[in-house]
Design a protein around this ligand. Structure first.
Ligand code: ADP
Ligand code: ZN
Length: 279
């Protein structure tokens, strides 16, 4: 058996599988303090012999396996989690752990089994508790000095909302993540009516970031996932804004072919985490 864990800021998904596309059992666990979250995850795997475990984790997290801090979360992106070693905390499940970011894992899942198959340059964007982006070049994550932090790039402000990123306030994530929508409108994003002006603003803010990703990476596909993208009316609004802002500068792939929803529904991250074991 193989195991997978998608460790998110709001929820974790753990799964036991025969192969990434054959999940036997899966559990959603809400992300609380590290101790109780890890103990719930570990007991989920109690009755299984796990040969290898793929983890796609929120970050920022040290991915360099040669570093003494390998597996350590290095910022307070979620209260109480700074300094926690994700790999050590889960090593009782198996000694064979493969770690990547949640978004690289989701991109990997989509590349192997979903909407990103055969893409030379694939971008996976999650718009959830935070905004994160994984870029795969010929199926391999773009690795820099540290992993990419595209959610923290600067985008124009469109009104006087000051943003909620703890570090930068009005970076892309600070302006357009799920919790930033809740802070801006005083109600959870899932409760906002489809006709609310919030969605027009959200679509424009998301399009700013996507234009930057297009300019920087020239991807042949951008897959949008995460909780906020459960709002199905949002994708066409984002595409319209990207077309308007790009303004026919150079030809793009037909925007509705370039920017798409996930092929694996909400399972990109967990299928991708399981796929890490095949690396
Ligand atoms: P995680 O960030 O833990 O991986 P999600 O991608 O599901 O989890 O993101 C959770 C966030 O997405 C919530 O905080 C909320 O802001 C937003 N969200 C979840 N469901 C919806 C929905 N149906 N409509 C709009 N926003 C949602
Ligand atoms: Zn930020």
């Amino acid at each position: 058996m193989i195991g997978g864990i998608e460790l998110g800021g709001t929820k974790c998904i753990a799964a036991v599988a025969e192969s990434p596309d054959n999940i036997l059992i899966k559990k959603v666990i809400s992300t609380k303090d590290p101790n109780s979250t890890f103990s719930e995850i570990v007991s989920f795997f109690d009755n299984y012999e796990i040969k290898s475990l793929g983890i796609g984790s929120f970050g920022p997290i040290v991915l360099d396996s040669k570093s003494k801090d390998y597996g350590v979360l290095v910022a307070e992106s979620k209260y109480g989690w700074n300094g926690v070693n994700v790999v050590n905390s889960l090593s009782c499940i198996t000694s064979n752990i493969i770690l990547d970011t949640d978004v690289n894992a989701a991109a990997y899942g989509e590349y192997n089994y979903g909407a990103g198959q055969n893409c030379k340059t694939l971008a996976y964007v999650t718009i959830g508790t935070g905004i994160g982006v994984g870029i795969l070049l010929n199926g391999k994550p773009h690795v820099g000095n540290f992993h990419l932090e595209i959610g923290h790039m600067q985008v124009p402000c469109i009104d006087d909302f000051e943003g909620i990123c703890k570090t930068h306030r009005n970076c892309w994530e600070g302006l357009a993540s799920g919790p930033s929508m809740e802070s801006r409108w005083g109600v959870e994003a899932s409760k906002l009516d489809k006709t609310h002006v919030a969605w027009e603003k959200e679509a424009e803010l998301l399009a700013f970031g996507l234009i930057n990703i297009i300019s920087n990476h020239s991807p042949d596909k951008i897959i949008l996932g995460g909780g906020v993208m459960k709002q199905k009316h949002l994708l066409p609004m984002i595409i319209e804004n990207v077309e308007r802002l790009w303004n026919n500068y150079i030809p793009l792939i037909v925007p509705s072919d370039l920017i798409v929803e996930t092929g694996l529904g909400g399972d990109s991250g967990i299928i991708g985490s399981l796929t890490l074991t095949k690396k």
